[in-house]
Design a protein around this ligand. Sequence first.
Ligand code: SAM
Length: 295
Amino acid sequence: MADMRPPAVHLSDQPRELLGAADVRRLAASIGLRPTKTLGQNFVIDGGTVRRIVRVAEVGPDDVVLEVGPGLGSLTLALLPVVAQVVAVEIDARLAELLPTTVRAHAPNTAEKLTVVHQDALRLRGLDGAPPTAIVANLPYNVAVPVLLHLLPLLPSVQRVLVMVQLEVAQRLAANPGEEAYGVPSVKARWYGDVRMAGTIGRQVFWPAPRIDSGLVALRRHDSPATSATREAVFDVVDAAFAQRRKTLRAALAGWAGSPAAAEEALRGAGVDPGARGETLGVEQFARIAEQRQP
Ligand code: SAM
């Protein structure tokens, strides 16, 4: 008679299961957690979504991944079997404390790869241990851009980023010069790398479901533009140019340069039309403008 038993499944390095809706609710209830909007607490309840994030992130066995906001561990459990290490930085003490227990329960063989840091990612001043090679995260929506712009200069070892953010923010980060969504985050992200949209995600994969759709953004680090101006000086020009988005650069940069005439001179020196608007310039052009006002 044929052996009708199901084939043996070797779960050695695979998580026994990823978190589903029932797991997420049970874990939240176990620590009395009521998700807050302030901390952007929308937890993924769909294994397909976290697997997709890991796949699109293109991380592998050599990667040390920094995950910001691991929450209840939905994405962490999908990352751990695939990468060398996960360093998870979580602001909420209850979640930071619960995570190692959750990982031991669902994927005991990967538990050694996890380091949890109870910390506000915006206040991170560095990380102990092997330097992270990638950031993969479902970012808290209200601080997504500040978190990215804080971590990219802080952790130069990070070569790749794949983050889930609210769709509008994803579009802003990935926009190119001349596009409607192009603005301060688009230019600043390009200081660090090439940025592209890597997919959209519906609301039903979260608990609680947010009122907006989400997007995946991928960044691949490249050398920052060759310029004698500092990053801070370039970013000052970017901030000034977009603070008055509808104005020409001559007008928008008058405060930064000291006067409209000085702004015009700096723009001409940089080879930029003073009648142009900031939204048409790439990061290299902002760098050229910043160079004009060096001591
Ligand atoms: N990664 C989990 C998932 O996909 O289900 C949770 C994602 S949830 C959108 C955002 C997480 O970031 C929450 O766990 C929240 O507590 C945490 N968080 C919010 N602000 C943070 C900050 N400044 N630094 C670190 N973690 C933060």
